[in-house]
Design a protein around this ligand. Structure first.
Ligand code: SF4
Length: 475
């Protein structure tokens, strides 16, 4: 019997800006890098295993114009389309989707932070959206595409009688997911700033996050672990495909210590031979676990440090201590594992002195890389709710949604003006990256051509951003 939907196109809509829209956290790429859209990868994994004919058009990664994107869509002639969107680009995205549907595509399903936050409200005014996904790992997309609305779990769908939010009937603590068809993605176009090899593959070992950092859109979401055997099978596929670099894109690796250790021991036993990176928290790390990670091939660990002031860490419910930060980075140096420390600058209540403490901490713990992000009241966060309530920001329905790219301050607080914050961010970047000892050390550690190219292009982008911001200050 012919199925209702056979051909599905996965779309990252076009734009002149490097919008990153995946993982319910939209922003603009700060440098020249652009990573694999995790949502579309995981969605493609299930649809591929369910026998759909798939095509991906990542118009941002491939730098396609709107017209070229429309042509690619028409050529494939899909029955349905799954598109990513985000708070920064929503108005343009839905205008594009409306045109796609006008040209004959029957069904459009969205995914993104803005839909997660206010999807029902937006669907009421945007008939071009037929449904949206609440989760890219566990969802009833297959049921929806076959017209079985009752089974369209973790989705909000448009029916003849109105909008319907379909919850999952049971929420198991573990999940499995097939290996994504990596080869249909434009792998050549994706770059992480610190990768040693190219192209790379993305994998997950868990979904969502149980922690409560109140500036984060994933705080206190229903954390689930992927079965260990399923993770190792996906890694085996990755090895067979010849990837030498892997990124574990879990929001927080090793929340479940037992699962993490089982994966690491499985990796060591299998001798996969690829290097990999992941994101985690300092309070989940200890020397033993980090030693296992290194033995399993981990060469970069990304850690949310956020602030050099314990009071700020506590106020925003980060749940870590300065002592844990110092310990973890000391172990990383001892084990020779590269680190990327992420910081958030300008949270309400922070003063110029607090910012200085954060920079001092960065210079003391000496991560391999630092990411200084300006605080942003992201969709779906407690921070955003608080700031709306305090009148620090306004929510103008859609269109005038705040620019939540991580490089531009979106608001001023009583303690810090947006311009001052922007100035400090540039100072922090320069003070960290342009130290002669740091530059020398980086040059000495380069071990591949790809690593050299990444440093060169991100270094140039850094210098370009500094010039731009100096110009902006003068005008
Ligand atoms: S640990 Fe990371 S992913 Fe989890 S809530 Fe905190 S910032 Fe978000």
């Amino acid at each position: 019997m012919k199925r209702a939907t056979q051909k599905v196109l996965l779309l990252n809509p076009p734009s002149d800006r490097l919008y990153i829209r995946d993982q319910f956290c939209s922003h603009v790429s700060k440098g020249t890098y652009y990573w694999q859209p995790l949502d579309l990868l995981q969605i493609s994994a299930r649809l591929n295993a369910q026998g759909y004919e798939l095509s991906i058009v990542d118009a941002i990664a491939e730098r396609l114009s709107a017209e070229e994107t429309q042509r690619r869509i028409s050529r494939f002639a899909p029955d349905a389309l799954v598109f990513m969107t985000g708070s920064d680009s929503f108005a343009d995205d839905v205008a594009f989707i409306a045109e796609v549907k006008r040209r004959g595509v029957g069904v459009a399903v969205g995914i993104g932070d803005i839909l997660r936050e206010k999807g029902e409200q937006l669907m009421a005014t945007h008939p071009e959206i037929d449904a949206y996904l609440h989760d890219f790992v566990n969802n009833g997309l297959h049921a929806f595409l076959q017209g079985r609305m009752d089974d369209a779990a973790n989705m909000t769908v448009r029916t003849a009688t109105g909008l319907r939010k379909v919850e999952e009937r049971d929420s198991p603590r573990t999940f499995t997911i097939p290996t994504p068809p990596y080869e249909i993605f434009p792998l050549d176009r994706y770059r992480m700033p610190y990768n040693r090899y190219h192209p790379y593959a993305t994998i997950i070992t868990s979904s969502w996050c149980p922690f409560g950092c109140n500036f984060c859109p994933f705080a206190r979401t229903s954390y689930r672990v992927r079965e260990v055997a399923d993770v190792l099978r996906n890694m085996e596929d990755i090895r067979r495909m010849g990837f030498r670099q892997v990124h574990m894109a879990d929001w927080t690796f090793a929340v479940d210590r037992k699962q993490a250790e089982a994966i690491l021991r499985g990796m060591i036993k299998a001798k996969f031979g690829f290097t990999w990176s992941c994101l985690s928290r300092v309070d989940l790390m200890d020397r033993e676990l980090m030693g296992l990670m290194v033995e399993a091939g981990c060469d970069l660990l990304e850690l949310g440090v956020e602030s050099g002031n314990q009071e700020i860490l506590d106020r925003y419910e980060k749940g870590i201590t300065l002592e844990q930060i110092h310990d973890t980075f000391r172990w990383a140096h001892e084990l020779n594992i590269s680190t990327l420390a992420t910081f958030v600058l300008g949270l309400p209540g922070e003063t110029r002195e607090d910012l200085q403490k954060t920079l001092d901490l960065a210079l003391t713990i000496e991560p391999t890389f630092c990411s200084f992000n300006v605080a942003s009241p992201r969709m779906g966060t407690e921070l955003r709710r608080q700031m709306l309530a305090d009148g620090l920001i306004k929510d103008d329905e859609e269109g005038a949604i705040l620019d939540s790219s991580r490089s531009q301050p979106a608001f001023s607080t009583g303690q810090l003006a947006a311009a001052e914050l922007q100035r400090f961010r540039q100072i922090a970047i320069r003070k960290f990256y342009l130290r002669p000892s740091y530059l020398l050390q980086r040059l000495r550690r380069i071990s591949s051509l790809v690593e050299f190219q990444n440093y060169a292009s991100n270094g140039l982008s850094l210098i370009w951003q500094s010039i731009q911001s100096a110009r902006a200050r003068r005008t």
